[in-house]
Design a protein around this ligand. Structure first.
Ligand code: DX5
Ligand code: ZN
Length: 211
């Protein structure tokens, strides 16, 4: 499976966002957009007006850290390729209806799980989704420390035959990326390791070298 690098713009300079993106564009495989509502997570990030103005040819993943993903997914769907929401929000029935509702918007749908949430929550719907996002920090902030204990979930997902994208999100840097890849993750989201570095392109190259 191809390893993909997906910079998270959360740590970018929003005063010159498109310039920051243009710099890393040809070195990246996709862009990761973190949408926070100050309710599901104790932080507010940015919304669809910012996403609408992003200029890039890269595919975009939208990571909704919000309590009502279906209500707001339609605002992001015209601009992004995949929408992820947190599986731990809902019981099985609402999980299914939310997945179906998001797919009806014409985008792929993935499920995210915080570090303390079991993959048992997503097992019944694995066939219905396009990707899984494993959080290796608690959702809400960039720049936190990688939690290697979540990697067991990726091992299990691959062992039970899940062959679609598994994204790892949080604390990915040149020290942690290799163990995430060894566990079976193939999409590596990195925010501060790229955008807090002095040279974002060099930082991406270092991440690829570490893989
Ligand atoms: C955290 C977000 C992450 C974040 C990663 O809630 O989901 O995507 O941007 O940032 P770093 O790479 O700094 O941990
Ligand atoms: Zn994210």
């Amino acid at each position: 499976m191809k390893n993909n690098l997906s910079p998270s713009i959360l740590s970018a300079d929003f005063g010159k966002l498109n310039e920051e993106i243009r710099k890393i564009e040809k070195h990246s495989d996709s862009l990761h957009l973190d949408i926070m509502d100050g309710h599901f997570v104790p932080n507010i990030s940015y919304g669809s007006p910012i996403v609408k103005d992003i200029k890039t040819k890269l595919p975009m993943d939208c990571h909704l850290m919000i309590t009502d993903p279906l209500k707001y997914a339609k605002d992001f769907a015209p601009y992004v390729n995949r929408i992820f929401f947190h599986a731990e929000l809902f019981d099985r029935r609402r999980l299914r209806s939310t997945i179906n509702g998001i797919k009806k918007l014409g985008v792929e749908c993935g499920l995210a799980l915080n570090p303390d949430k079991s993959i048992d929550i997503i097992r019944p719907v694995l066939k219905d989704i396009d990707a899984v996002l494993i959080m290796s920090v608690y959702a809400g902030f960039g720049g936190q420390k990688f939690m290697p204990e979540v990697l067991g979930k990726i091992h299990v997902l691959r062992a039970i035959g899940f062959r679609k994208d598994i994204l790892i999100d949080g604390g990915i840097n040149k020290e942690t990326i290799f163990e995430a890849a060894s566990a079976g993750a193939n999409v590596f989201i990195a925010g501060s390791a790229i955008f807090s570095a002095r040279d974002s392109v060099k930082a991406i190259k270092e991440l690829r070298d570490a893989l």
